[in-house]
Design a protein around this ligand. Structure first.
Ligand SMILES: NC(=O)c1ccc[n+]([C@@H]2O[C@H](COP(=O)([O-])OP(=O)(O)OC[C@H]3O[C@@H](n4cnc5c(N)ncnc54)[C@H](OP(=O)(O)O)[C@@H]3O)[C@@H](O)[C@H]2O)c1
Length: 318
């Protein structure tokens, strides 16, 4: 089968077309004939080497949509030909065929394969951070960093659907602030100096890290939650004195889908199904800003690495 992979860490140029055997689904797994693969920040980090050096060809791709092509032993509830969106904890989505845990394959009822391609990681994460880590309750005020991106654009709409009273965002440029307005934000601020524009926030979603994380603590309302779920700035970890959390009634929460997939897979599935039902009902929409052929995966990574992407980027596979 055709795939795109890399065997050395590096820039977007290390991504190259490869030919690989079609994988076989093991117990509890399904084989998917991939229609679309979502492009995610985590795949860029994998390519850069943040998760270690490759041992042979690595095929990135944490979320796909497509049709079920084969079932592994003991898999029930799905049939060959079913359209699904799937989260692939071990990657492999930039390929004509990919193996997914059946537990993370979600039937696409009333959702197109195109929308499904950007849903299983980005929407699940947005829902999980808000409802799971940050414990959003109706009436909360929410601040979302990287507001125009894949997870951010979905999180703004999900926050609103879950009853947030006000949703603010931050971005790196005026052009992105303009773009993000379509996601229903009450206001979108430039990230530089954002604390001058907002305070007393119940929930901050932070996939950036570094000084943004430090400043985000200062804008929390009493009992506010800072939910950290990414390190896009690739800055060193913060050292935070615990006592300041007590003194300012602050809470720090974390979200990591890889850990959840291992220790609480039913939570991942439940967050995914809740988010997909919002998508199917039209309460939220997926902003697919860019669709490229699989062979242009390096181009998609270039844009992501430059921080120039908005919404979701999809690779069209078959
Ligand atoms: N914890 C989890 O389980 C989990 C799961 C999925 C995703 N994530 C995290 O969620 C975040 C969003 O993921 P995504 O795939 O939807 O990406 P994305 O938001 O579409 O793109 C990443 C955004 O991060 C911002 N950014 C800040 N510093 C950057 C830098 N040095 N280089 C590149 N971008 C930078 C940019 O927005 P601005 O231009 O507005 O700065 C950029 O658009 C990422 O941090 C990712 O690691 C975490």
């Amino acid at each position: 089968m055709r795939a795109v992979g890399f065997d050395v860490n590096g820039g977007p140029e290390v991504l190259r077309p490869v030919r690989l055997p079609v994988p076989e689904p093991g117990p509890g797994q399904i084989l998917i004939r991939v229609a679309y693969a979502g492009v995610n920040h985590g795949e860029m980090q994998q390519r850069l080497g943040d998760f270690g050096a490759p041992d042979g060809i690595q095929v990135p791709g944490l979320e796909v949509s497509g049709e079920v092509a084969a079932l592994g032993p003991d898999v029930t509830g799905l049939a060959c030909g079913d359209p699904v969106a799937a989260y692939l904890p071990d990657g492999g989505g930039y390929a004509e065929y990919a193996v997914a845990p059946a537990a993370f394959a979600y039937p696409l009822d009333g959702i197109s394969l195109r929308d499904g391609g950007g849903a299983a990681l980005a929407l699940t994460t947005a829902y999980g951070v808000l409802a799971g880590a940050a414990r959003l309750t109706p009436g909360d005020t929410v601040l979302i960093h990287a507001a125009a991106g894949g997870v951010g654009s979905a999180a703004a709409q999900i926050a609103r659907a879950l009853g947030a009273a006000a949703v603010h965002g931050t971005v790196s440029s005026a052009a992105k602030a303009d773009y993000a307005k379509r996601f229903g934000y009450d206001a979108v601020h430039l990230r530089d100096g954002f604390a001058a524009h907002i305070s007393d926030v119940d929930i901050v979603l932070d996939p950036i890290g570094g000084p943004v994380r430090q400043t985000s603590l200062a804008v929390l309302a009493p009992f506010g939650r800072l939910a950290v779920y990414g390190e896009a700035a690739r800055r060193p970890d913060l050292t935070l004195p615990v006592l300041t959390f007590r003194r300012h009634n602050r809470t720090l929460a974390g979200y990591d889908i890889t850990d959840l997939a291992t220790r609480a897979p039913t939570l991942v599935r439940s967050h995914a199904l809740s988010a997909l039902s919002l998508l199917a009902s039209g309460a939220i929409r997926l902003d697919i800003s860019t669709e490229l052929p699989l062979s242009a995966a390096a181009e998609a990574h270039e844009t992501l690495q430059a921080g120039l992407n908005v919404g979701k980027t999809l690779l069209r596979v078959t």
